[in-house]
Every structure is written in structure tokens, then in C-alpha cells.
Write a protein that binds this ligand. Structure first.
Ligand SMILES: Cc1ncc(COP(=O)(O)O)c(C=O)c1O
Length: 409
């Protein structure tokens, strides 16, 4: 089959056909997919962390079907029940007394929303981002993203560390280095609008921030009047066992929370939807016409997200997600693999780093694919396991066995 798409993706040489429901417990989503030849795989990619319930959870399908028959599109100027319900559910789960949300379609779009919000709310021009950060691929988001291969071709239109108030400027700090962030606040007095941080860097290789780092960022932003923004596109929506990874890493002390949090991926259970949630007083700076999206917050996507959140609650999926990393560590301790340098992350967001000079992860992912397990890679050394939240020891053992066999080949 000829690939008529832009040549932007590495080719995994696999045509995925459908989810497989043969061995799925009634009332659950599937963790397996098959290719066109009928070969079945355990899916630990999940659309890169988009499938917290697995494929085709019956309640998620029923909610989408019902909404599809009722109303699928409505301009943002009209209220719809699913959108207001979702904004309410998000408010219930966010750490502030008053939360306002912009509902969009995809991750990078809500990174952009957070940038506009911070720039408008503060009237400042500098945004701090970190080494290895990934925040998306539209121009504002890519300016925050660290990987030079993604960013460099566009650098002329991004504005990096340049004292020009007409453009947004991005100042970068080493990950985990509070002193470097403090130095940036001194270098750009009253100019830093936002510090944007992934509580767990996903694309970089699954690195969780220390509590001390996140708490220190909170203190610096408060001291200097900057917005503290948490990109929870990958780490949020329950993946670490709390709705926000921030809660997992820092706790729920109201004084230690970010000001803006943005979500995508798992929040829709596989349906494209994203949300930028902010403290009410910050969101008030986004006046009429300052932002919008044709499809953002459409009733269909909101119904899918509502069903996802409801199933997470009903089935205790956050607790199940939380148990995954400890379960994998136990399996690995019983059956150690010397080439594995580290297993890290939190809950159902797991990175397995392979030791060695070369960049073994891509070849390893291909070998695991041949053995019937799909994983994605992040960095040259790390494979990433993003299973549905209800996956347990059986699936984690399958991942581990495939990894060990793949390393032996
Ligand atoms: C932390 C983070 N931010 C932003 C994005 C971009 O999201 P999207 O691909 O939905 O635009 C991703 C996607 O991997 C991500 O992990």
C-alpha cells in the first residue's frame, strides 16, 4: 500500500485493522488489536496514551452513539448540555475553588490556549520552558518544545531569548534546576508571563519532576507574579492514579497548585478532545473574541469525555492505574534483566530505559511488535508503556516477557 500522507512519521510496517474483543470481560474495553493479517497484539501504545478504558468500552460507545443521534455540532456561542457538564466535571477535579475551562480538540491547541491566557493575563512576553520539554507542534507550542529537530526550522518566527516585546520569547532552563529558573526571573524582571512544566516529561523519556522542584516553581511564580502552567496532556486524566500527576507528585495543598492545567489524550477515551483549565480570575482575562475553536467543545467529544470520566469513577480505574508501576517493578524484580537500566514513571505512565551506547529503543519496539506487543519509544533508550488503566499483572508480564525475549534476539 502506498503511503500518500506527508512523510512525517517513522513507519512501523504495520497496518492496524481493528480492536479484538474475543477475551474481553463484559463491560470492559479491549487491550488488544489485530493487523490486517489477523495477528493479535497487546496494545501498550493506546494511540500514545489516549485509551484509558481500552478500545471500545461499551459505555463510551453508547454515550457517543446516543449523542450522535441527538446533536453533534454547535458553535461555542451556544451552550450545550454535554459541554457544560464537562466543564463542571473538570471544575470538580481541578484543585481550585473556581475553575473555568476552554475545551479544544487536541493537545497542542490547549498549549496555545495556555500561552495566550498567560500572555494576556500578565501583559508580559517571556515564557520559561525546560530542557527536553515537549508541548506540541504548532508554532507557539513548538517554541516551548526543546527538541531542536522539531524547533530549529521555524526559529526565525518563534522568538527565543530576544528582547523584543512584540513577540513571545522563550527562555529555557535545565530540568529540575530551580536556581536556573530563579536566575531567569532576575534576568527578565517583570517579563516572565508563565513557567510551563510537564510534571512528568513523557516524550523525553518519562522523567517525573521532584516534589521539591514543582513546589519551588510554585514559590518562584508566586514571588514574581508569573503564571505556573502544568502541561498534563500525557500525565493527567488519571494516568498516574490521581486525576492530575501534580497531585501524585505534590499533593493537594491548595497553596501548592499550578494556576493553569492543560489536558488532552486520555480525557476523551480515544475521542479527540482537550481542555485548558484555569483559575477563574485568570480565565477572566480571556474576554470575548480572544479565543475560540469551531470544533472545540462539540457535544460529541464532550459526551465521549463525560463517559470516560464516569467509567473511571465507576470502575475505580485511578486506583488500578496507580498499581501498574509497582506491579511491573515486582515482575522485573522476580525476573531481572541486566540490560534494563531503570523502570520509572508513575502509575500507568511507564518508561523502561535500556542501557547501552547505541539507541536501542526503536529496534526493541520493532522486535516486541514481532512478538505481539506494541510499545512506543521516547528517547533513543526508553520504551514507553501506556496501557489502559485496567491493565494488570497479566498484561504487564506480557510486556516484560516480550521485552526480555526481544533483548535476547
Ligand atoms: C506533554 C505533551 N504536551 C503536548 C503534546 C501534544 O499533544 P497533541 O499531539 O495532541 O497535539 C503531547 C503529545 O504527546 C504531550 O505529551
Amino acid at each position: 500500500m502506498q503511503d500518500l500522507r506527508w512523510p512525517t512519521y517513522a513507519n512501523r510496517n504495520l497496518v492496524l485493522d481493528a480492536a479484538v474483543f474475543d477475551d474481553v470481560e463484559p463491560g470492559r474495553g479491549s487491550m488488544r488489536v489485530r493487523d490486517r493479517e489477523g495477528k493479535v497484539y497487546l496494545d501498550a501504545v493506546g494511540g500514545i496514551g489516549c485509551l484509558p478504558l481500552g478500545h471500545g468500552h461499551p459505555k463510551w460507545i453508547a454515550a457517543i452513539e446516543a449523542q450522535m443521534r441527538k446533536l453533534v455540532a454547535a458553535a461555542g456561542t451556544f451552550w450545550t448540555e454535554p459541554q457544560q457538564q464537562l466543564a463542571g466535571e473538570l471544575a470538580r477535579r481541578m484543585p481550585w475553588a473556581d475553575t473555568r475551562s476552554f475545551i479544544g480538540n487536541t493537545g497542542t491547541e490547549v498549549t496555545e490556549a495556555s500561552l495566550k491566557l498567560a500572555l494576556r493575563a500578565t501583559g508580559r512576553d517571556v515564557v520559561v520552558a525546560f530542557d527536553r520539554a515537549f508541548h506540541g507542534r504548532t508554532l507557539g507550542a513548538i517554541a516551548l518544545t526543546a527538541n531542536a529537530a522539531y524547533r530549529e526550522p521555524y526559529v526565525a518566527c518563534l522568538g527565543e531569548d530576544r528582547p523584543a516585546f512584540a513577540t513571545m520569547n522563550v527562555a529555557r532552563a535545565p530540568w529540575g534546576d530551580l536556581e536556573a529558573v530563579r536566575a531567569l526571573f532576575l534576568r527578565y524582571p517583570s517579563r516572565i508571563a508563565m513557567v510551563a512544566v510537564e510534571p512528568i516529561q513523557g516524550e523525553a523519556g518519562v522523567f517525573a519532576a521532584s516534589r521539591e522542584f514543582l513546589v519551588g516553581l510554585r514559590a518562584l511564580c508566586t514571588e514574581h507574579g508569573a503564571v505556573l502552567g502544568a502541561d498534563e496532556i500525557q500525565s493527567g486524566s488519571g494516568r498516574t492514579g490521581h486525576f492530575l500527576a501534580w497531585t501524585t507528585l505534590v499533593g493537594d495543598d491548595p497553596a501548592l497548585q499550578p494556576d493553569v492545567v492543560w489536558l488532552a489524550k486520555a480525557i476523551g477515551g480515544g475521542f479527540p478532545i482537550a481542555a485548558c483549565c484555569a483559575r477563574g480570575e485568570l480565565a477572566a482575562h480571556m474576554n470575548k473574541g480572544s479565543h475560540g475553536s469551531t470544533f472545540g467543545g462539540n457535544p460529541l467529544a464532550c459526551a465521549a469525555a463525560m463517559a470516560t470520566l464516569q467509567v473511571m469513577d465507576e470502575e475505580g480505574l485511578l486506583a488500578a492505574a496507580r498499581a501498574q508501576l509497582p506491579a511491573l517493578l515486582a515482575i522485573a524484580a522476580e525476573d531481572p534483566e541486566p540490560r534494563v537500566k531503570e523502570i520509572r514513571g508513575s502509575g500507568a505512565m511507564i518508561g523502561i530505559e535500556i542501557a547501552g551506547e547505541s539507541q536501542p529503543a526503536a529496534a526493541l519496539a520493532d522486535a516486541m511488535q514481532a512478538l505481539g506487543v506494541l510499545v512506543t519509544i521516547c528517547s533513543g533508550h526508553t520504551v514507553r508503556v501506556l496501557l489502559p488503566y485496567h491493565a494488570g499483572p497479566a498484561e504487564l508480564r506480557q510486556v516484560w516477557t516480550a521485552l526480555r525475549r526481544a533483548l535476547a534476539t
